[in-house]
Design a protein around this ligand. Structure first.
Ligand code: IVH
Length: 675
């Protein structure tokens, strides 16, 4: 290891400043100037320097957001300035009263200036900066004592590890709300569902769970974001005398503030702001549950003071509860692609948050038992943003005499096949497979979807029509459709019919991974399909694999392995594959990875730079030999490949006594196996 020259030092500092600046443009201002690839180049360069000169790594380097060691528990934090909560207004009149009380108290007859902000539905946190460096992140807790969540807060990319610019107080505590964007939330739940894991009820719960993870690596995956809305402790420096100006200052220092904040005069303008935000609500990518009004002048805030734990100078105007009570008319059972049977509540239509709700999800029979729900019950229904409405509670005191138990049907409501309950699973399934009309529709929809066979123009409605008209029973039938069949369908013009046939033809040339995914094997998502394709190279190998072989593949566990074996055992599925191939579905031959047993069960770590191949090439080749490639060294690591100027990972491997291989040895290993 050579000592870093002045030149390297300058480059490091410049890279960090550039990365922080672009991070700010991207995450805080939503005005990126670099493409992802350009940003990655800067980031990679900094990583490379830091791995060559580990002594240059600083705590606030942008590469150091995710700590590697999980915590045993959280320590407590005493808030030096209490974190308050807000009083609520539920109507326009409540708000006018609030404004009147303020004027009376201040003996003021002129209009009061208010800062108006959306009320973010997330988790309140405090960030402590000392000399511009983030030294602590904490939860609100009970307002006096919170928990130290610094490790997790550091993973939030909209939180600067180091403030930008200058002029900040020596100690500055910034407060705000940490949340998960609606779009990210949907993605997280979808991934959890695909992996058969637990999903979150709403973004707030997901955010709350994430800030209290002991392993910051998990928190980082949740892609939390933050809006700052006030300051707490301020020492060794001054801030402007208006709340709005303080927020503007925070923004200059790189902290993220909400872009729709407004400064208005008097209660009537506050009401108009509230109405505007209510209309904007659906279009925002974060959940809000109201708006907050704050007296803008900080001196007036001080004069108004507190009333126990809430300030007299601020109020939250909550949106009408996104909850309503109504009667449960019936429970129907829906059948999904893999035969999962889900109970759905049919409700007496009720308006919740401006939307008429007549259906709500009940998840599974366990949930119905947990709620102790019967037909005709009065239920509490909750609607949160884009999430499907849920029955959250039963008003038992309102239970009428005439009720009916909810029973899981013995036979599939769509095809009449037996309903099975697999031991250890809460979800009931239709045993009809492709015989089942509902499953057929879902399977065809999945088969045609973008990441599967990508059949453009084959939307949900068309699938329903095709199945209902008896034109298509299974995905293979799609390929025997004729223009004459299609034009008979309602609302399908000859031109669209021809386009669809073209799209079907195009979709026939696919890849093995897409084909496997399109088959719709339970638990086999897109990435597992890719691993299977890479491992077996062809379909025959996969079809013949037993569960032990399958479990050698990264991301295939015992449950998934059994599902795959079962799928290929069934005659209907074998028949379907046969028909698809006969219809002309083809994929280029994948290189069969004959060497995959060579390093099976071993974990490799790459460090330092390689000169004869890129890291990605090395990774792929190692994987094709059956190894897992990991980013960090632990006792479980089988071997560390140390390229030029290898850094910390090499040191750690030496300490742990893990075998080390240089690039020459790696090249030799690859050559030996014709790679
Ligand atoms: S100001 C004294 N501003 O609402 C002022 N709070 O009960 C304290 N919240 O715990 C908070 N968005 O978590 C403020 N723009 C905003 C807010 C906001 C969300 C949350 C915060 C607080 C709760 C108030």
């Amino acid at each position: 290891m050579t000592a870093a020259s002045k030149k390297v030092l300058n480059e490091t500092e410049q890279l960090r400043a550039e990365i922080n600046h672009h991070n700010y443009l991207y995450h805080s201002l939503d005005q990126p100037e670099l493409s992802d690839a350009e940003f990655d180049t800067l980031f990679r360069r900094l990583r490379q320097i830091e791995s060559e000169y580990p002594e240059l790594i600083t705590e606030d380097s942008p590469t150091q957001r995710v700590g590697s060691i999980p915590l045993e528990g959280f320590t407590q934090v005493q808030h030096e300035v209490a974190m308050l909560s807000l009083d609520n207004a539920f109507s326009e009149d409540d708000l006018r009263d609030f404004d009147r009380r303020i004027k009376t108290r201040l003996e003021e007859s002129t209009t009061i200036e208010y800062a108006c902000e959306p009320k973010i539905d997330g988790i309140a946190v405090s960030l402590l900066y000392e000399d511009g460096r983030l030294v602590r992140g904490a939860t609100r807790g009970d307002g006096t004592t919170g928990e130290n969540i610094t490790q997790n807060i550091r993973t939030v990319e909209s939180v600067p590890l180091k403030l930008l610019g200058s002029g900040f107080p020596r100690r500055l505590e910034v407060r705000g709300e940490v949340y998960i964007a609606k779009s990210v939330f949907q993605h997280i739940n979808k991934m959890a569902e695909e992996a058969g894991g637990k999903t979150f009820a709403n973004p707030r719960n997901a955010a709350a769970g994430s800030v209290r993870q002991l392993d910051a690596k998990l928190t980082a995956k949740r892609r939390l974001a933050m809006f700052c809305y006030s300051v707490g402790l301020v020492e060794g420096g001054d801030l402007p005398s208006k709340h709005g100006e303080i927020l503007a200052r925070l923004k200059e220092w790189g902290l993220r503030t909400n872009p729709v904040i407004d400064i208005v005069n008097g209660a009537e303008d506050c009401i108009r702001y509230y109405e505007n935000i209510l209309m904007l609500r659906e279009r925002l990518d974060y959940e809000i549950d109201g708006v907050v009004f704050k007296v803008n002048d900080m001196d007036l805030q001080t004069r108004l003071g507190l009333l126990s734990r809430t300030p007299r100078w601020a109020i939250a105007h909550k949106f009408p509860a996104e909850e309503g009570t109504t009667r449960l008319l019936e429970v129907e059972f829906q059948v999904g692609r893999t035969g999962a049977i889900t109970p759905v509540a049919r409700l007496d239509p009720v308006k919740i948050g401006g939307v008429t709700i007549s259906n709500a999800t009940l998840h599974n029979m366990d949930e119905i038992r947990r709620l102790d729900l019967v037909i005709n019950d009065t239920v509490l229904v909750q609607r949160a943003g884009d999430v499907i409405p849920k029955v959250v509670a039963v008003r038992k005191e309102k239970r009428p005499k005439k009720t009916r138990e909810i029973e899981l049907p013995e036979y599939c409501p769509s095809c009449g096949s037996d309903v099975m309950l697999v031991e250890g699973e809460v979800i009931a399934r239709c045993s009809g497979g492709l015989v089942c009309g509902a499953q057929r529709k879902e399977r065809i929809r999945h088969f045609a979807s973008r990441l599967a066979m990508d059949i453009e123009g084959l939307g949900d409605k068309l699938v329903v029509q095709l199945v209902d008209e008896g034109l298509v029973q299974n995905p293979a039938d799609l390929y025997s459709l004729k223009v004459d069949d299609l034009v008979l369908l309602e609302r399908l013009a000859p031109k669209s019919a021809n386009n669809l046939l073209d799209a079907l033809e195009t979709s026939k040339s696919t890849t093995l991974a897409r084909f496997i995914y399109a088959l719709g094997i339970e638990e086999v998502g897109e990435s597992t399909a890719r691993s299977l394709a890479g491992y077996f190279g062809d379909l025959n190998g996969l079809k013949a694999a037993n569960k032990d072989t399958l479990q050698k593949i990264p991301d295939v566990g015992p449950v998934v392995a059994v599902k795959i074996v079962r799928f290929f055992e069934q005659a209907v599925n074998q028949d379907l594959i046969e028909k698809l191939i006969t219809a002309g579905v083809v994929w280029p031959e994948e290189k069969i990875e004959t060497n995959r047993e060579v390093l099976s069960g071993e974990t490799y770590v790459l460090t330092g730079s390689l000169s004869q191949m890129t890291r990605n090439e090395a990774k792929e080749k190692l994987r094709s030999l059956g190894a897992k490639v990991s980013g960090s060294v632990s006792k479980k690591t089988s071997c560390v490949v140390a390229g030029d100027a290898a850094g910390l990972k090499l040191t750690k491997a030496q300490e742990l006594g893990i075998p080390i291989m240089d690039e020459q040895a790696l090249v030799a290993l690859f050559l030996e196996h014709d790679l």
